[in-house]
Design a protein around this ligand. Structure first.
Ligand code: AP5
Ligand code: MG
Length: 373
């Protein structure tokens, strides 16, 4: 089941599932059948949005009825326009008929007002209003809404006949727009072992209110807690080799899913292969976002070795304890990971930063880049 959908430039999240919509329609149908028993009403469907709701209602109507359609325009994308105008008249003649106006949604009530004016001019015997959705907070008109499927807050919704710029009508659940939604800022912090990714991520995550995910840290946490994942990863990590892609990708996805409200992520130590970069692109796309940029810390190999040997004295990291393992990590970086520079360069997303200097100096250099993303 899709939790989010993207229509044109906007993302919508599921808010009312199909079965709740169906229950609401059934309840309206029961009341309409009760009220129109023995009568022969004209069911006047307001196009385009109400066609699905109306079809369901008509199928459930137990007596005789006739159908008519009216088209009134009041929306241009998200903006409600002031004027509402008739595009198509109602056929057959509505004179002396009992009319059920079927709407998909009633918000300000402008459309309803226009239709009621037309019906009064036509000289109908009676009219009642049925709507699948009703926004009591937005409604400004005096007319009674006789049948309401679901009352909803003042959100912009799509699905079950309702659209955003023509799209979304075929969705069977209801999805709503998150108006305060800001685009996520996702940064890939890149660089060879010991470049200072972890050190800088600690500062940047505070500064930009981002969630920091270090695949190395997650592996080490699993190793410490002797999980199955930890045991599997340890054999590779201790030798300075990469953990296989599928294991790493699944783990990274799970970490991202743990943070549904994140304003963005700092990925540290991921991606390390093209397969991982592709997987990251797919994962973020499913959330309607992408990698804003790769920011790479550039540091000479000999400085890296010195830093890691120094850290190895106290870190307890097996892969820091032995110079040959450290050099192997650097070798693996150039052989398997460095190609990602080209991968992101092609997308115009690579930004190299000098990684030698004080921690504060380097944070400033990184921030200059991140502020532009
Ligand atoms: P990971 O944990 O990512 O290790 P790494 O890439 O080798 O990098 P480090 O964490 O050692 O360095 P860092 O750049 O974070 O630098 P830090 O800030 O700590 O990965 C470990 C292993 O897990 C991999 O080898 C692999 O086996 C596996 N793995 C992880 N991700 C994977 C993936 N995506 N796919 C497959 N396998 C994966 O700084 C280093 C030291 O330098 C510190 O002591 C720090 O205090 C010091 N320092 C930092 N900044 C400065 C500065 N400006 N001046 C002086 N010293 C500094
Ligand atoms: Mg690190």
């Amino acid at each position: 089941m899709m939790k989010t959908v993207r229509l044109h430039d906007l993302e919508f999240r599921k808010s009312i599932p199909t079965d709740r919509v169906q229950l609401a329609i059934n309840a309206v149908a029961v009341r309409v059948n009760h009220d129109y028993k023995g009568k022969r009403p004209v069911i006047l469907t307001v196009l385009n949005g109400a066609f699905l709701f109306s079809a369901e209602l008509v199928k459930k109507f137990e007596g005789e009825c006739e159908l008519s359609f009216i088209k009134v325009a009041s929306y241009d994308g998200l903006e409600q326009k002031d004027e509402v105008y008739t595009v198509m008249g109602a056929e057959p003649s509505l004179k002396d008929r009992d009319v059920i106006i079927v709407e998909d949604i009633v918000d300000s009530g402008n459309t309803i007002e226009t239709i009621i004016t037309i019906l009064e001019q036509e000289g109908v015997a009676s009219y009642r209003i049925a709507t699948l959705f009703y926004k009591p907070l937005a409604y400004t008109k005096p007319y009674k809404i006789d049948y309401v499927g679901l009352e909803i807050p003042n959100d912009f919704i799509v699905g079950f006949g309702l659209d955003y710029k023509g799209l979304g009508r075929n969705l069977t659940s209801i999805y709503k727009l998150y108006p305060t939604q800001k685009p996520m800022k996702n940064i890939v912090l890149f660089g060879p072992p010991g470049a200072g990714k972890g050190t800088q991520a600690e500062v940047l995550k505070q500064k930009y209110d981002l969630v920091h995910i270090s695949t190395g840290d997650v592996f080490r946490y699993n190793i410490k807690n002797a999980t199955a994942l930890g045991t599997e990863a340890k054999a590779f990590i201790d030798k300075g080799q990469l953990v296989p892609d599928t294991v790493t990708i699944n783990m990274l996805s799970a970490e991202v899913e743990k943070n549904p409200d994140a304003k963005g992520f700092i990925f540290d130590g991921f991606p390390r292969t093209e397969a991982q970069a592709e997987a990251l692109a797919v994962l973020l796309e499913s959330k309607g976002t992408d990698v804003a940029g790769m920011v790479a810390l550039e540091v000479d190999d000999e400085v890296l070795v010195k830093r890691l040997l120094e850290r190895g004295k106290t870190s307890g990291r097996v892969d820091d304890a032995d110079e040959t393992v450290i050099r192997n990590r650097i070798k693996v970086y150039y052989k398997e990971t460095a190609i990602l520079k080209g991968y992101y360069e092609k997308q115009g997303k690579y930004h190299g930063v000098d990684g030698v200097g004080t921690v504060t100096e380097i944070t400033e250099r990184l921030s200059k880049v991140i502020d532009t993303l």
